[in-house]
Design a protein around this ligand. Sequence first.
Ligand SMILES: [Zn+2]
Length: 156
Amino acid sequence: MHFVSGVNGFKNVQFPQAALSREQIARQIQECGLKPTEQRVRIAEILMGTPKHMTADQILSIVRASDDPISKATVYNTLKALTDHGLVRQIHLDPERSVYDSTRASHHHFHDLDTGELLDINPSEIEFSRFPTLPEGMEAEGVEIVIRVRRKGDRW
Ligand SMILES: [Zn+2]
């Protein structure tokens, strides 16, 4: 199963997504109703500068390496706020590991089981020929495919 959380307020975002400057990131934070504090913008810039996938720990280690370290709680709270406001998406690959994705446009993923990495799949490369009838009274919010891959011949 594959769960994506985050407000879907960016349905018109095109894939692939363009890189964002620090100013554009600060403006987006403000436009979604969050205060663009110095720390928030710095954390958001790591993830949102170019489209990428990162775990909270990877973001934390980059923050830790800077001269003005930000607390772990601030990093986690900021990531949650960015997710809740639809600026990034949180992909729950398994219960222990979730990855933040700065590409808001709907797209699919290869999940490399050897490295844990996610690779984007352009939505135009997947086509559905059959789709189940949705449960009564429900509408589809999004469909995202994860194709799990591993290096050939590594299994034994
Ligand atoms: Zn992605």
